[in-house]
Design a protein around this ligand. Sequence first.
Ligand SMILES: C[S@@+](CC[C@H](N)C(=O)[O-])C[C@H]1O[C@@H](n2cnc3c(N)ncnc32)[C@H](O)[C@@H]1O
Length: 282
Amino acid sequence: MANHHFGKFADIWKHLVLNEVLAAAKPKRYAETHAGSAAYPIVDDAERRYGVLGFLEWSGSQPLASAPYTHVVSEFASKQPPEYPGSALQAMRMLGDDAAYLLCDLDPASASDLRTWAARLGLGNCEVAERDGMAAVREWMTGTTSTVVHIDPFDPFARANGAPSAVGLAAEVAEAGHVLVYWYGYSVPAERAWAVEKIRAGTTAPVWWGDFLATTDGATRDDGDLGSATSAGTGSGVVLANVSADVVGRCTELAGALVATYRDKRLPSGEPGRLDLAIGAA
Ligand SMILES: C[S@@+](CC[C@H](N)C(=O)[O-])C[C@H]1O[C@@H](n2cnc3c(N)ncnc32)[C@H](O)[C@@H]1O
């Protein structure tokens, strides 16, 4: 397992949005550049108590209770021992054998877990590529059939042997008319929504984004810690392209509900926390 961040708060928002997109688009093709493992044993720590464990405890009212993400994560979290489904397994569960999949990860253990789950779910058309995700997904995109492409990069700017960077591929996906789900993070509030302009530089496709910044009681701080903790000053967001107005409306509603649900919940550090939401379209 190469992904040590599963089930933290950043996953909650990313996966809420991803599942809304998949439920609405019901794509025939789903590609993921950085798929991670299929499933993770849930650990009980401060990050998951603010992330998946807290979400499941606090999301009992609408619209979070009926979100497709809540259904899939509840199913796996109620198993013994409890598991957290990664984004690729969420997609496999939601779309089943009606879709073709390209799931990429450089980590052999993650790739093996993805293959195991694809076989367990009886998927007839699921390729797991143990190679650079940007190169593999670029080759897999066709001009005709709409694909949902999820890009959840480890390094947004890294390029392997002529392949595009993650943000570069995001712009190509959007420009080609495919549905884009792009995750980004940052440790300094001044970098909020940084990925939007980078992607927009390479496409004229309309984009929408939703960005959450962890704060202490609404006060922003400059000492975030992406990659280590959900501390004040840390933030992340999702950029969508080529999605319907209904999806945008639903994601906007879910974002507002997350802010309300997390009001006064303590951050993993124990400090009183609040989520600051920024939403935009261009
Ligand atoms: C944060 S995890 C992915 C989580 C997953 N998308 C989810 O939302 O559940 C990032 C993964 O990217 C993989 N990775 C890093 N660089 C990569 C690359 N160039 N191509 C494909 N996978 C890569 C790592 O092995 C790791 O499993």
